[in-house]
Design a protein around this ligand. Structure first.
Ligand SMILES: NC(=O)c1ccc[n+]([C@@H]2O[C@H](COP(=O)([O-])OP(=O)(O)OC[C@H]3O[C@@H](n4cnc5c(N)ncnc54)[C@H](O)[C@@H]3O)[C@@H](O)[C@H]2O)c1
Length: 365
């Protein structure tokens, strides 16, 4: 075997372990270092994963300066993604950054600029892109079978699912539910239609569950959104209705929908539908007859989330490695996810200001 890919991990908290588990499966990759601003945390993390040769540091800058690396995975909380990503790119290192891309749109723009200037990969960690069913829906929509798509709606949400730790700390996470699972919903809805340019957003965000001790243990320090809803006007007369919840008194915020002039796709959400073959429906018109059909999973086991052998999380980490090894473009490019970030940024601003806001995409895109 040739030279192994040298990888570092910045931010050695919860999700870093999942990245490490994936990397450890690859014979052609070695973890050469880790960094965390909590003194001793990176060292303990590398020890836990039995990597005595890997070097631990208390800052991303020290890791980048002292260890030769082909790529880094940035697993810090949201508000420090940008500084770590940009430092790595400026040092000529490829980056996989956890989702959401950043907190603000400006940070995302700076990240993309740094990636272009360095000529290095900036890929964002949206593992649902590797789910079998997600790929099927994306393929059908990309085929043009739905005609001109004019309305898209996100759905789903959690009945009780407020996460703990830095997710509910506004200074560290920036957003709450919006940045945690909202960014996935946006990507599910808009990647399939190649991310039209967002123009305006009118949004509302609330915190009725996080702020209520009946539903959340540390209600006093909860300072992010647990629910948000938005109307996003997009280029090409496309309307996007966004909804997401960490907690609610319902099993779902409704179906995920793409409506086109020739057909529609509906993903039914809620308890009863999690893994049902009848979950994804295609509506169309054949020779004047209305036809409804199901998009069936081709894999018999856990079709919506992948399998033990090929889980989406491992797939995203492998794809990053392969992009570096084979000189391929970023698998989930920052240049695309910046559109996702622009919508999150717009929803956040609109909800704070309690009015519609414009979204200005950076002119260099
Ligand atoms: N893709 C997924 O399924 C998934 C799941 C969970 C979390 N995440 C994302 O991963 C990120 C981290 O989440 P987590 O649950 O691991 O959080 P965490 O708080 O457990 O870990 C973050 C770590 O980053 C460290 N850190 C912060 N700023 C740093 C800096 N400038 N330099 C070095 N270290 C720094 C913190 O000290 C902490 O140890 C978040 O952006 C989150 O949205 C993704």
């Amino acid at each position: 075997m040739g030279k192994k890919l040298r990888i570092g991990i910045i931010g050695t908290g919860g999700i870093a372990g999942v990245h490490m588990k994936a990397y450890k499966q690859f014979d052609d990759v070695e973890i050469v270092g880790g960094a965390d601003i909590v003194p001793g945390k990176a060292k303990a993390f590398l020890e836990q994963w039995e990597l005595p040769e890997a070097k631990a540091f208390n800052s991303a800058e020290q890791l980048i300066k002292n260890v030769e690396m082909d790529g880094v995975t940035v697993c810090t909380y949201n508000t420090t993604h940008a500084e770590c990503v940009i430092a790595a790119l400026e040092a000529g290192i490829h980056v996989q950054c956890e989702k959401p891309m950043s907190f603000t749109l400006q940070e995302a723009a700076d990240m993309v600029k740094a990636s272009r200037k360095a000529g290095k990969i900036l890929t964002i960690g949206f593992q649902p892109r590797y789910s079998y069913m997600r790929k099927k829906v994306d393929d059908i929509i990309a085929s043009g079978a739905l005609g001109k798509i004019y309305y898209i709606q996100s759905g789903g949400g959690r009945r009780r699912g407020i996460p703990a730790g830095t997710f509910v700390d506004g200074k560290k996470a920036g957003y709450g539910c919006l940045g945690d699972i909202g960014c996935y919903s946006i990507d599910q809805c808009l990647h399939a239609v190649k991310y039209p340019k967002p123009l305006t957003v009118s949004a509302i965000a609330t915190d009725y569950f996080g702020k209520n001790p009946k539903y959340w243990e540390d209600a006093e320090s909860f300072d992010v959104d647990d629910f948000s809803v938005a109307l996003v006007r997009m280029e090409g007369d496309v309307t996007f209705v966004f909804k997401q919840a960490w907690a609610m008194h319902a099993d779902s915020l409704g179906d995920t929908l793409w409506l086109g002039t020739e057909g529609g796709i509906k993903i039914v959400n809620g308890f009863d539908y999690a893994n049902k073959p009848s979950r994804v429906m295609l509506f169309t018109d054949v020779n004047g007859q209305q036809v409804d059909s199901y998009v069936l999973p081709s894999h018999p086991f856990n079709a919506y989330e992948g399998t033990q052998e090929n889980d989406p999380f491992t797939a995203k980490v492998r794809d990053f490695c392969d992009a570096i090894i084979h000189g391929r473009p970023a698998p989930i490019p920052g240049e695309e996810i910046i559109y996702n970030q622009a919508i999150c940024d717009g929803i956040y601003r609109s909800a704070k200001l309690k009015r519609e806001v414009e979204i200005e995409m950076p002119s260099f895109l």
